[in-house]
Design a protein around this ligand. Structure first.
Ligand code: THG
Length: 368
């Protein structure tokens, strides 16, 4: 059966880097926040091996920003998350669970503090712009809520420090994890942070102004030619090995932060302004949790719906939400949601794949 194409349309937004991404030979796209996100260049396996040994430039423009600006900005930000934002410094980024009034997960963005009265939420794939606008109106807050012309470009891999040092200098390389500094691109100030959705380390440049996209891209590729810099993208293999969760795949609105391993970011003593606060205080003891799992046998096909997990008596025990073959670990690596009776490391379950049942083993830790 021939694969269907993704039909271009205005609704599926292109990015400031899309032309360069296509010149670099992108092979597959997906859609994230109504915008194109590259899925592979050579192959997921080859892209993964390269990411682990060199440096890649990723068009992650689809990590759209919601900007919250004004005297009540912190109050609105704190309404959305059980993480305590009161101690955040002006150069800090926080990974935050965002929850509704029932304490259910709406998104898991990176929150960026730009000033006391100015924040960005760097979103995963759900429509938080409308939600934040609604909160501001409902509470009569003195804030502006909008999507600025900001498009993150990630530089990831063991040679990311070398490349960023060449282009932006040693002061920028000295940026600590989840802190940001200001760089100048073609006369325009932009934010750069040490962060990114890989375990290899690197930076995220928050391109400010679409018109500067191609020149920023070109300066990185010119400076990194001898480092074998390549276009890349968030890599399924590497992110499962590292246990990086994907909202919409591993996390949904049916989950609380405690069920998806984000309880460590909840501070219910301090974050009393969170609208899910009251419910979350009663839900800190989850009945199911995310676990790394290894699945026996040869490479599994791509997953496009939860694969059910059952125990030895055939009873429901959870599901797998992300899975792929890992060339480095020579097993299928998976992220699963597992009921409490079965979540201890070493526990073996059956998983129903489209190609039949396999054995699946709960692990103590992710692979990298
Ligand atoms: N960077 C930016 N925006 C983003 C992402 C990003 N928006 C969408 C998505 N990714 C949001 N989800 C995550 C999930 C994990 C992390 C960041 C964003 C992450 N986690 C680290 C970990 O789990 O090891 C550590 C976080 C911490 O210690 O604070 O980096 O990647 N701009």
């Amino acid at each position: 059966m021939p694969l269907p194409y993704l039909t271009p349309s205005i609704r599926v937004r292109r990015t400031p880097f899309s032309r360069r991404v296509e010149e670099a030979g992108v092979r597959a796209y997906s859609v994230y926040n109504h915008m194109l996100i590259p899925q592979s260049f050579r192959s997921p396996e080859e892209d993964c091996a390269h990411l682990k040994q060199a440096v890649q430039v990723w068009d992650v423009s689809c990590e759209r920003q919601v900007e919250i600006k004004g005297p009540d900005a912190l109050e609105l930000m704190q309404m959305t998350t059980p993480r305590n934002l009161s101690g955040m410094a002006d150069d800090q980024c926080y990974y935050v669970p965002m929850v509704d009034a029932q304490g259910q997960m709406l998104n898991d963005p990176v929150a960026i503090r730009l000033a006391e009265d100015r924040y960005w939420l760097s979103l995963a794939d759900s429509d938080m712009l409308y939600y934040c606008k609604g909160l501001a109106i409902g509470r009569g807050l003195n804030v502006e809520v909008f999507e600025p012309d900001i498009s993150p470009l990630a530089v990831q891999g063991p040679k990311a420090d070398e490349l960023i040092g060449r282009v932006f200098g040693p002061e920028i390389v000295a940026t600590r994890f989840f802190r940001h500094k200001t760089i100048n691109v073609q006369g325009k100030d932009m934010i750069i942070a040490r962060s990114g959705w890989s375990h290899q380390g690197g930076f995220e440049i928050y391109l400010d102004g679409s018109e500067h996209g191609e020149s920023l891209w070109d300066s990185l590729f010119e400076a990194g030619r001898d480092l074998d810099v390549r276009a890349g993208c968030p890599n399924l293999i590497e992110r499962i090995e590292a246990g990086l969760l994907s909202y919409g795949s591993d996390i949904s609105i049916d989950d609380t932060p405690f069920q998806v391993g984000l309880g460590k970011y909840c501070d219910l003593d301090a974050a009393t302004g969170c609208i899910g606060h009251a419910v979350l205080t009663t839900r800190q003891d989850p009945d199911r949790q995310i676990r790394p799992m290894a699945v026996d046998g040869l490479a599994v096909p791509p997953i496009n719906a939860y694969w059910p997990l059952t125990d030895s008596k055939g009873k429901a025990a959870g599901h797998i939400s992300s899975i792929t073959w890992s060339p480095d670990f020579q097993t299928n690596v998976a992220i699963a949601m597992v009921h409490r009776n079965h979540w201890t490391p070493g526990s073996t379950l059956q998983v129903e794949t489209p190609e039949g049942a396999r054995e699946a083993h709960v692990r103590e830790t992710f692979w990298i």
